[in-house]
Each structure stands twice: as structure tokens, then as C-alpha cells.
Design a protein around this ligand. Structure first.
Ligand code: ADP
Ligand code: MG
Length: 338
């Protein structure tokens, strides 16, 4: 089968050491030379597919060329269009319009997950716990629950920990208002204020559709962060290799959780994937609060598939090789009605 890997590449982006790779975002903990695009390409070839890579660079001509491509399936790694993270859903919608088959979530799932406040409302309807929250847009309260300090303030629809740093967790009205203004000014986005959940940070990878299957859990250990800084996966923790925050945190398979806690987290993850209409593969970010209550923090459609990323870590623990994991994603995409 002919498979083309779609990856982002746009002007002004220079943080990626290898221009061939998914240039849309700086990626966590890159040490090895193989990028996610290269690793996926190698696996697709190993599986016997005729494989090409296709850079999406933000030019209209490229979209025309994409419409004319004769690939049977697109492995869609586009999380951002021309530097705009909110366009992930538009890109998937374009693939639908031109009648192409692709891996991962469609525009519906991409939208529901990206708008964190909508995602929270939906999963709450399905009986899951997610921190109490409020949304403030330029002085106007869009919605507010009865929330207690400390709270975390974040952009309502961003990802990759943009706008999340040591100042995000606040315990006073003064700091809260300052942080809301910062989010408005810096991201031109409503601010999502959430009750801060103290507890272990767990990632649940989910693969397949019929039914979606939760893989073994991965934990990001934040316990070694310097005293006085909040224990959160800030931008530095995820991407800035020069910081202590980056060096002192690491993800690993969580092997010490009680069986019933694991089962509950996996149930929550699969429920979220279904409720938010995510497809093929997804990663659900959670916190394990007091009394082992499982809080959904965020759902990620099309999470990073680098061999060293949490998703691949979970797949490996379940007994899947990297290539088998890629095969499962391809097969899931092909087995769907659309
Ligand atoms: N309500 C919360 N309570 C505790 N920590 C949180 C909360 N919301 C976010 N965090 C921390 O901030 C990190 C980034 O938040 P998240 O909503 O996942 O944003 P992003 O989309 O940028 O990944 C999380 O991984 C977690 O460490
Ligand atoms: Mg997250």
C-alpha cells in the first residue's frame, strides 16, 4: 500500500535540529538521531508499504499537490498549520474534503479535545472527574464553578505546555488576576482556571477503535523538581534541555500502582476517548488525587509517536514493538468506515 507521512514544516521555525522531521513543535527529550518521521517511515517500509514523506508548509500550492497525491493512506502528524496550533482540526477537515484516508482523529475529535473547557464538560457528563474550573475571557466570566485555591491558570485551547510555567499555580486573588492578564495578552486566548490537583501525573495511551484499548500506564515523575516550584509538567520540563526542570524529571512505566487503580485509570481513558470522538490512537493526561481519585486533565488526539515518547513506552510495555504499534495504528485507520 502507498502511505505518505504528513509532517509540518514552516518558515520561522528553527528549533528542530533536523528539518526533515515534524517541525511543528519542539519535542521532549530528543537525544537519539532518528526523528518520529524517520522512525515511522522505517516501520512502514518494514511492513512492506511504499512510503514517502510529505511536508506541509502552509502554502496553498502544497494543499493542491496534496489533493493530487495518489497515496492510499496518509499518516497524519499535523498538529499545527503554519505555526498555528488551533488549525489541527482544519487540516483534518481538509483531508476529509479532498476524500483522503488518514490516521488519527478527525476534525470533530480534534476540536472537542482542543477546547479544554468543552472537553471537561463532556467528560463530566460521562461521569468522569476533572478539576473544577472557570473560564475568563477579557474580564467576562464565561463559566465558573465554585473553585478553591490553589488553582492553575492556562490558555483554554493550547497544548505543548504553552503558557505553563512556575507562575501558573497561584494561591491569591492578586496573582490570579495577574496570571489571567498574562494569558490574555500573551496567547490572545480565554484563560482556563482549574483547581490544582496535587498528586501523581499519569499518562494513559489508548490504541485502536473497536474497542479502544488502554495500554500500560506511564508516569512523569515530578518529585525531584526544585523545592518551591510547583510539581507540574511545565514548558521547561517538557522541552528546555538546558533547565534543571528538564533534567530532573523523567517518564517511566508506572509499575507500582494497585491493580484496581490501574483498571480505573484505563476505564477513564477509554471513556474519554469515546466521549471526545478520538480515533486510532490518543493519550489521556491524568492526575491521581487524594483517595486515588482519577482526574482527567487533558485529552491529546494524535500524540507524539517518537520512539522515546510516552505513547511508544506504553506500547512497548504491552509487548508491541515500535513497528507493531505503527501497524496497529494503520490497521485501525483502514478498518474505520471513514
Ligand atoms: N488542574 C491541574 N492540577 C494539577 N496539575 C495540572 C492541572 N492542569 C495542568 N496541570 C499540569 O500542567 C501540565 C500541562 O497541562 P495540560 O492541561 O496538559 O496542558 P498542555 O495541553 O499544554 O499539555 C500537566 O501535565 C500537569 O502537570
Ligand atoms: Mg498535556
Amino acid at each position: 500500500m502507498k502511505i505518505a507521512i504528513l509532517f509540518g514544516q514552516f518558515e520561522g521555525y528553527d528549533e528542530q535540529p533536523n528539518a526533515e522531521s515534524d517541525a511543528a513543535k519542539p519535542k521532549r527529550k530528543r537525544k537519539k538521531k532518528k526523528t518520529d518521521v524517520e522512525a515511522i517511515a522505517d516501520s512502514l517500509r518494514e511492513l512492506g508499504h511504499e512510503t514517502t514523506t510529505f511536508a506541509i508548509d502552509g502554502r496553498p500550492q502544497t494543499l493542491v499537490r496534496l489533493a493530487r497525491s495518489d497515496a492510499d493512506l496518509f499518516f497524519n502528524l499535523i498538529e499545527s498549520y503554519n505555526g498555528d496550533d488551533t488549525m489541527e482540526m482544519h487540516f483534518a477537515a481538509y483531508l476529509d474534503l479532498i476524500g483522503k484516508r488518514y490516521t488519527g482523529s478527525g476534525p470533530q475529535g480534534s476540536y472537542l479535545a482542543m477546547d479544554k473547557s468543552i472537553a471537561k464538560t463532556i467528560v463530566r457528563y460521562h461521569g468522569l472527574f476533572t478539576p473544577y474550573s472557570a473560564v475568563i475571557d477579557k474580564g467576562r466570566v464565561e463559566h465558573a464553578q465554585d473553585i478553591q485555591f490553589p488553582v492553575i491558570v492556562k490558555p483554554a485551547a493550547e497544548d505543548a505546555s504553552k503558557g505553563i510555567d512556575a507562575g501558573s499555580v497561584v494561591s491569591s486573588i492578586k496573582d490570579l488576576f495577574e496570571r489571567i492578564s498574562y494569558i490574555h495578552d500573551e496567547f490572545d486566548s480565554p484563560a482556563l482556571i482549574e483547581e490544582y490537583i496535587e498528586g501523581r501525573e499519569i499518562y494513559a495511551a489508548v490504541i485502536g477503535n473497536d474497542p479502544p484499548e488502554a495500554l500500560p500506564l506511564v508516569e512523569l515523575d515530578l518529585s525531584q523538581l526544585p523545592k518551591g516550584t510547583p510539581k507540574i509538567a511545565s514548558y521547561d520540563v517538557k522541552f528546555d534541555e538546558s533547565t534543571d526542570a528538564y533534567k530532573k524529571t523523567k517518564s517511566a512505566v508506572a509499575r507500582d500502582l494497585d491493580e484496581d487503580v490501574v483498571a480505573e485509570i484505563q476505564r477513564v481513558a477509554v471513556t474519554a476517548v469515546r466521549a471526545l470522538k478520538l480515533r486510532d490512537y490518543a493519550r489521556i493526561d491524568l492526575r491521581l488525587g487524594a483517595n486515588n481519585r482519577v482526574y482527567l486533565i487533558e485529552a491529546n488526539p494524535n500524540p507524539w509517536l517518537d520512539p522515546i515518547a510516552e505513547f511508544a513506552m506504553a506500547a512497548k510495555e504491552s509487548g508491541l514493538s515500535y513497528t507493531e504499534m505503527i501497524d496497529r495504528i494503520v490497521k485501525a485507520a483502514l478498518a474505520r468506515r471513514k
